[in-house]
Write a protein that binds this ligand. Sequence first.
Ligand SMILES: *Cc1c(COP(=O)(O)O)cnc(C)c1O
Length: 377
Amino acid sequence: MHAYGRFNTALVSGKGATAVDSEGKEYIDFTSGIGVNSLGYCDEGWTNAVAKQAATLQHISNLYYSPLQTELSKKLCALSGMKRVFLCNSGAEANECAIKIARKYSFDKYGSGRQKIVTLVNSFHGRTVTTLAATGQDVFHNYFFPFTEGFVYAEANNTDSLKSCIDDEVCGIFIELVQGEGGVMPLEQSYVDEIAAVCREKDILLMVDEVQTGVSRTGTFYCYQGYGIEPDIVTSAKGLGGGLPIGACLCSEKAQDVIVPGTHGTTFGGNPIVCAAALEVLSRVAEPDFLKEVNEKGDYIRAELMKIGNVKEVRGKGMMIGIVTEKDNAKEVAAKCLENGLLILTAKNLLRMLPPLTITYDEINKGLSILKNTMEA
Ligand SMILES: *Cc1c(COP(=O)(O)O)cnc(C)c1O
């Protein structure tokens, strides 16, 4: 189906932060497949872990225990402070699980009528009918009616707007701490603190969509750890499998008994190969030295970007970076960068960078020099 407006390039191989197309042309990769290839292309440890598991046991369904799934779930709990994990296959699915948990938590405790979820204007939560409804952007609320009811949208960083959305029917507040697709917009600490306080006061579940911000992308393992809040539900996907499809919905002790047999499930979710891939990713990216490097590289990239002509503003956290251009020509720049040997993303009218977390300074410098030449041409 013609679902995508694609660049006219076919990529066939890669190593680290360098991709190669069908004509043999090389590209520096500032995209990591939209924040997925945390360890870059064909990292040796990752490739070995996946190949070994593929040759051992590829899939068993969720009717049986899988030691790898157990190990991954334990590791995710240890790294996040959460108590339970549901493994699925994508960000949208992780968010569907989060929404189901919030509604059933409230139903179990208070009965019906407390089912609203507050999300933020300009958010992005996925492409299923329910996660589209959760997404606070009118452009996504077309064609596919009727959408799932029960979502209300508060303006980011606006406490009055948040308060006007809270009533006795709200069971959850669902936020991205740095809005990704919405244009790399970090939430202010005071606003996040306000949300956390309202949630505590009214027994509303604090739900954080870490699909893009998580797995060390923003300089802490999960972005909420940098904000010092304790969510009740956390969703994760993109970078978690390092290139294989895996999503996770985590919940705190408070919501740990909500999902019981028969209330949720998936055929593929958490299969041994994707778990082996995710375990390799976690064994690497959660180390303090690695996180320190993510922050240092992010700071370096931001500082270098500010020296480039046509750069008006640089936003983001860690290695999730948005670039506002003076000429408001991000789409054009991204297309020209491709011609010049650099893969870079856009979000709204920004240029966006989500490089592999393992990118070397040499690759960073090569990519930035292509970006500079393109931006200043
Ligand atoms: C990408 C993304 C999603 C959707 O993830 P899929 O794997 O494409 O379903 C949800 N939330 C956020 C914040 C995202 O960036």
